[in-house]
Design a protein around this ligand. Structure first.
Ligand SMILES: NC(=O)c1ccc[n+]([C@@H]2O[C@H](COP(=O)([O-])OP(=O)(O)OC[C@H]3O[C@@H](n4cnc5c(N)ncnc54)[C@H](O)[C@@H]3O)[C@@H](O)[C@H]2O)c1
Length: 251
């Protein structure tokens, strides 16, 4: 099993209940200390994550920052030592294009794409200085596919996160900093996917759309991938988009 003892991992969007939380707990179980980052609306759930990480015997702090806000990111991250970053903060917009305002469109792109880029830009220099680091972005199975629901801003943003991953990897991999991307399928329930449960037919159709015949379990189905990409065994893996989607994207 990967040991991350002595490493410090910063996870955005890690308030309890989502995939960021799952990543934070998996990394803490592997031995890492955790820095939880949430925006204002997620700080109560961030405090719960903090308590859960401390209960595992690791160090933890919870910091408030809107990842799409340059000033907040710069001031919240000042003086931090970070070995591993997981960019899990993200937002969804389920709305047809003709009903979507420019402000709504921009918000999705700002959080999902600019936020990922800003956090990486802020933390990569210290990793490059040490010649070692791991950046793990979170796209989606919709990085290269559209899905069945009207979520065009989200699809655009996740395609961008995947190609941003390749671009950052090309800049930083020679400096010892790998940049990879996890592309999860439909993980249920999280704050983002909970509304899908309002229509059991939608959930059933999504389940059947996977080869595995089930949705992703946030409590376990990403743990191995996250700890692998955060650890020493993935040193030669970079610029990769790794799908954990029960086979959705493969047929
Ligand atoms: N759940 C899924 O099925 C699924 C599938 C593919 C990809 N993803 C991606 O995984 C990530 C986590 O999604 P989730 O399902 O856990 O949803 P979630 O809503 O539970 O988690 C997203 C977290 O990001 C935080 N956040 C939102 N805007 C922020 C901002 N501006 N600054 C800082 N934090 C902010 C939220 O408070 C929340 O805790 C997202 O990037 C999402 O797009 C999720």
């Amino acid at each position: 099993m990967t040991s991350l003892a002595g490493k410090s991992a910063l996870v955005t969007g890690a308030g309890k209940g989502g995939l960021g939380y799952a990543a934070a707990i998996a990394l803490a179980r592997a031995g890492a200390d955790i820095i939880v980052v949430e925006h204002k609306a997620g700080m109560r759930r961030a405090e719960t994550t903090l308590a859960d990480v401390l209960a595992l015997g690791r160090k933890c702090v919870a910091l408030e920052a809107d990842v799409s806000d340059e000033n907040q990111v710069t001031s919240a991250f000042e003086g931090l030592h970070v070995d591993v970053v997981v960019n899990a903060a993200g937002v969804m917009l389920r709305k047809p294009t003709v009903e979507t305002s420019v402000a709504e469109w921009r918000h999705v792109l700002e959080v999902n794409v600019t936020g990922t880029w800003l956090v990486a830009r802020e933390l990569a220099p210290q990793m490059l200085e040490r010649g070692e680091g791991r950046i793990i972005n979170v796209a989606s199975q919709y990085a290269a596919l559209a899905g069945p629901l009207p979520e065009p801003a989200y699809y655009a943003s996740k395609g961008a996160v995947a190609n941003l991953t390749r671009g950052l990897a090309s800049e930083w991999s020679r400096g010892g900093v790998t940049v990879n991307c996890i592309a999860p399928g439909v993980f249920y329930p999280t704050q983002m996917t909970e509304p899908l449960g309002a229509d059991p037919d939608v959930l059933a159709r999504m389940m059947n759309r996977t080869m595995a015949g089930r949705l992703g379990d946030p409590d376990r189905d990403l743990d191995g991938l996250v700890t692998f990409l955060a650890g020493p065994d993935s040193a030669y893996v970079t610029g990769a988009i790794m799908y954990a989607d029960g086979g959705w994207s493969a047929w």
